[in-house]
Design a protein around this ligand. Structure first.
Ligand code: ADP
Length: 472
């Protein structure tokens, strides 16, 4: 069993702190420990990051890009080890872990290049003897707090643009999945990222979070996680008016129109619902199927669901790994039970409903008063409802506090575009169950968050705009 340390100012520290166990959800085995850091370590990390900012922000964009590119190459060389680490600490099937490392690394290569394109402006002045310039500068030290469902990608899509602009970071990975984060930070160091530019602190989320929120030197917070914690962090950021980016919960609707291609629709639902056993914020949560298609759609969907192989993610051919922990199981059980009590028609229920290896459940006659129709399930439950008119489907899809992703299936592109435009969501998959990619903006409307990650949009979150007016 390995004992990991904190990474502060390029040093491995915190070995004297109490150990926090990291568990493999597939076996229940404790696979490693990390230090239980708190406010003091969080503050030391900010000391290091603010010192490192002085020099890292002065590197040229091309110098930073070369180092970030090297980090990308080292991740590629270590892909298999990183993927296995991820499967062991998080549970997702190895093929998905490999996919996530590629996706995560895509943000690094994208921002290694995008950092070279942080352009300023010259604005025509009113007077002849003035020159007006706009500069872009890094915001400073960035606090990065990430969840367990994408242990690599949630880090790289924040850290890569931060580093590319000249910011430095203090990271608190999720307590369930710190090892992938540690390994990524070690590879960054090997790539030549100077000490103090990336610092990783594990331990007490509240104590670490509060220390960073109260610290005036931390100029920005970027967070992915639950809406409840996001709200608290946003409130805490108000005290010293920190910039915030928040990627919070989703509650993705899928609309299957009467002219949908059934294969595409079922494929889209399978991909968006069962990736990471349903534990993603883009996972489809509510499926609205036009009443004329309900039988054909459910029949085809169940055929596919039956093929899913559940097991330890390290085993070849596994499609669904274990859920992350007992709380996750309890949540899915609660959603299923509530739906059953309120009259849902359970049309498929796999045999295991009481352990981390939770089998899929498909139900029809889902009603708006069921918990699964208003809260993110984060597990392999597929609630299906029928609708009659396009307007009704859109209204029901939008009737939520969330607005991260939505999906529409139709072969009529005019309809597809107009429906997409009316959906109050930051991401719409039109005949596409897997829309996320490093070069596109990812983020939510309403209470699903603030700001965007990915694409040229994502780098703006780490930049301050400075206007310089010159009198000649
Ligand atoms: P999830 O339900 O996905 O675990 P959370 O929002 O609870 O989502 O966790 C996401 C991240 O936020 C994790 O790294 C977790 O440790 C961290 N976190 C949880 N509570 C707090 C808090 N009060 N302050 C700062 N970070 C927190």
């Amino acid at each position: 069993m390995e004992h990991y340390a904190l990474k502060i100012n390029g040093e491995e520290t915190g070995q004297e702190l109490a150990p926090l166990d990291v568990t493999n959800p597939a076996t229940g085995d404790i696979i490693a420990t990390v230090p239980h850091g708190g406010a003091e370590e969080a503050s030391q990390a900010v000391d290091a990051a603010s010192e490192a900012f002085k020099s890292w922000s002065q590197y040229s964009a091309h110098e930073r890009s070369a180092i970030i590119r090297k980090w990308h190459d080292l991740i590629n060389e270590n892909k298999e080890d990183l993927a296995r680490t991820m499967t062991i600490e998080q549970g997702k099937p190895l093929k998905e872990s490999r996919g996530e490392i590629n996706y995560a690394n895509g943000f690094i290569s994208w921002y290694a290049e995008e950092g070279k394109r942080v352009y300023g402006e010259q604005i025509p002045a009113t007077q002849r003897d003035k020159r007006l310039f706009v500069h872009k500068q890094p915001v400073g030290v960035v606090a990065v707090i990430t969840p367990w469902n994408f242990p690599a990608a949630m880090i790289t899509r924040k850290v890569a643009p931060a580093l590319a602009t000249g910011c430095t970071v203090v990271i608190k990975p999720a307590e369930q999945t710190p090892i992938t984060a540690m390994k990524l930070a070690n590879l960054a160091e090997q790539a030549g990222v100077p000490k103090g530019v990336i610092n990783v602190v594990t331990g007490d989320p509240k104590a670490i979070g509060e220390a960073w929120l109260e610290d005036e030197r931390v100029r920005k917070l970027t967070f992915t996680g639950s809406t409840a914690v996001g709200r608290q962090l946003m409130k805490g950021s108000a005290n010293n008016v920190k910039k915030v980016s928040l990627e919070l919960g989703g509650h993705a609707p899928v609309i299957v129109m009467d002219d949908a291609d059934l294969d595409k629709a079922v494929d889209g639902v399978m991909g968006s619902k069962f990736r990471n056993a349903g534990q993603t914020c883009l996972s489809s949560n509510r499926i609205y199927v036009h009443e004329s298609l309900i039988e054909a759609f459910t029949e085809k969907l169940i055929e596919e669901v039956k093929k899913l192989k559940i097991g330890n993610g390290l085993e070849e051919g596994v499609d669904l790994g274990p859920l992350i922990n007992e709380e996750a199981v309890a949540k899915v059980q609660k959603h299923v039970q509530d739906a059953e009590e309120k009259g849902a028609n359970v049309i498929y229920k796999g045999e295991n409903q009481d352990s981390l290896y939770f089998s899929p459940v498909v139900l029809t006659d889902a009603k708006e008063d069921m918990i699964c129709m208003s809260e993110e399930t984060f597990g392999p439950l597929v609630p299906i409802a029928t609708f009659q008119t396009e307007g009704e489907a859109i209204q029901r899809a939008n009737d939520t506090i969330y607005g991260l992703s939505a999906y529409v299936f139709t072969e009529n592109m005019t309809k597809g575009i107009t429906i997409s435009e009316q959906l109050e969501y930051g991401i719409v998959g039109l005949n596409d169950g897997l829309p996320s990619t490093p070069q596109a903006p990812f983020g939510g409307f309403k209470q699903s968050g603030l700001g965007r990650e990915g694409g040229h949009h994502g780098i703006e979150e780490y930049l301050e705009t400075k206007y310089i007016s010159i009198g000649l």
